[in-house]
Design a binder for this molecule. Structure first.
Ligand code: ADP
Length: 273
């Protein structure tokens, strides 16, 4: 409310021990939310205390992917309690702040900014080792707000191998850098399809369904542009288990940890922690 003193954002303070990872993409449908959910659970599997903040105003698909779509945060005094998943990850979604589930969020910059600050400062996150943020696709208002409130957030850019996807992903990375955030790496998703017939014959043949090289291209461009190394953190293959896990609210890194996509995601989480 207007005039009310704003609570401090705990992760914004210099002595904060919480790593904040902002998952960004140039456009929708590249698997940003799937990566957010599975990376968070991968970090939790490393023994970290993890929170997830779903700031994707258009998608806000995170609760469904975690299997908590019907849960609402509770309030204790003036603090909002995040919704815990089965494995103890704390989740808040911008979708949970709407009065009705079917309501469309048609907020302008200032409203979005307030929502983001509320999710960061008015939620009781406790002592987190890592907070993973799902950003809306593109280079919009939320990215600007995040840059202002959490300049220490580290950005991970998700792209598919396609040339056109890589180009818009580079813009999302550049935007983060303009907001003085560090881009710590690129994840290429839907990298390839492992030919099932070949696998059954013991051969590893990759079908480049969406072309190849997008992740490497984004990493190279951003490294040159920023003057520091922006590595490819991993290449996640197309994997039915990942899609099924997302639809069923049982994320693949837990439901099918040895599947090809889950292995890559666990490796990325282990490298980060
Ligand atoms: P975004 O958040 O970028 O819009 P999502 O994470 O919602 O993308 O993914 C879009 C769709 O693609 C979802 O149905 C998801 O299950 C599916 N998907 C994402 N990555 C993969 C993958 N590696 N293999 C198979 N399906 C995937």
């Amino acid at each position: 409310q207007a005039g009310q003193a704003q609570r401090e954002i705990p992760f914004g303070k210099p002595d904060s021990l919480t790593k904040v990872y902002a998952i960004a993409s140039g456009k929708g449908g590249v698997g940003k939310s799937s990566v957010t959910v599975n990376l968070a659970l991968g970090l939790a599997a490393q023994g970290l205390k993890v929170g997830v903040l779903d700031a994707d105003i258009y998608g806000h698909s995170i609760p469904a992917m975690f299997g908590i779509a019907d849960s609402q945060p509770t309030q204790v005094e003036d603090l909002i309690m995040p919704v815990p998943t089965a494995s103890g990850v704390s989740v808040i979604s911008i979708g949970m702040l709407k009065p009705r589930r079917d309501q469309v969020v048609a907020w302008r910059g200032p409203m979005l900014d307030r929502a983001l600050v509320q999710m960061l400062a008015d939620v009781y996150w406790g002592d987190l080792d890592a907070l993973v943020l799902d950003l809306p696709p593109g280079t919009g208002d939320v990215a600007i707000s995040l840059g202002q409130h959490l300049p220490s957030a580290e950005v991970i850019v998700v792209t598919t191998p396609q040339e056109a996807a890589a180009e818009v992903a580079e813009r999302a990375g550049t935007m983060a850098s303009m907001m003085h955030q560090r881009v710590i790496g690129v994840i290429e998703n839907m990298s390839y399809l492992a030919c099932p017939h070949c696998l059954s014959e013991g051969k590893d043949h990759r079908i480049d369904l969406f072309g190849s090289g997008g992740g490497a291209r984004v990493a190279k461009t951003l490294s040159e542009r920023f003057g520091y190394d922006v590595p490819v953190l991993g290449e996640i293959p197309l994997d039915i288990s990942l899609r099924e896990g997302g639809d069923a609210g049982k994320p693949v890194v837990e439901a099918d940890p040895t599947s090809p996509a889950a292995r890559v995601l666990h490796k990325i989480a282990a490298d980060l922690s």
